[in-house]
Design a protein around this ligand. Structure first.
Ligand code: CTP
Ligand code: ZN
Length: 153
């Protein structure tokens, strides 16, 4: 049986199949924080036939930019975006992690030129997806990072 955890929305975006526990990070990427005026609902660790457990975020009246969608893909490569108009799903698509990300992740290596104080260069990472988890490698110093959520700048 299918249960509805949070009610349907009229117009806006539903981000479904978010990796369990990461909905707060999705809100962070969307810039939704304390004091927001938006109508937002969030469910964490709900049962999903496809994923075991998943998170969901629903935002009324918001349509999300490509840039933010690619950030969401880095932390939740299986997320599905549903654009809702007048209660109907107008479009459904999967997020798509980019192969290269510029100025999205911060290299944790303090010696990396991307962190140089005087002449910092744009951060560039090469993204790899393995078994539902995304990792990335710094263009400049080769440092590999997992759990990209910790490095979103
Ligand atoms: N949804 C919503 N408001 C609407 C329509 C849909 O909040 N007016 C939500 C549903 O609650 C669900 C998501 O959008 O979380 C996708 O809806 P739907 O495609 O009907 O569900 P599924 O078939 O389970 O989706 P999928 O195949 O992507 O798993
Ligand atoms: Zn680096």
């Amino acid at each position: 049986m299918k249960e509805l955890v949070v009610s349907k929305i009229k117009d806006g975006t539903v981000i479904d199949h978010i990796n369990a526990g990461r909905a707060p990070l999705v809100l962070k990427i969307l810039g939704i924080d304390v004091g927001t005026d938006l109508t937002v609902s969030m469910a964490m660790n709900v049962s999903s036939s496809k994923m075991g457990k998943k998170d969901i975020v629903k935002v009324e009246g918001m349509y999300i930019s490509e840039e933010k969608l690619s950030k969401i893909a880095l932390i939740s490569p299986n997320a599905t975006i549903n654009l809702i108009r007048n209660y109907e799903i107008e479009r459904k698509f999967k997020v798509n992690p980019p192969e290269v990300v510029e100025e999205v992740l911060k290299c944790p290596n303090p010696m990396c030129v991307s962190n140089a104080e005087r002449e910092p260069v744009r951060s560039i990472f090469y993204v790899k997806i393995e078994e539902n988890e995304v990792s990335a490698r710094c263009h400049y110093c080769g440092r590999k990072i997992k759990d990209l959520a910790n490095y979103i700048s």
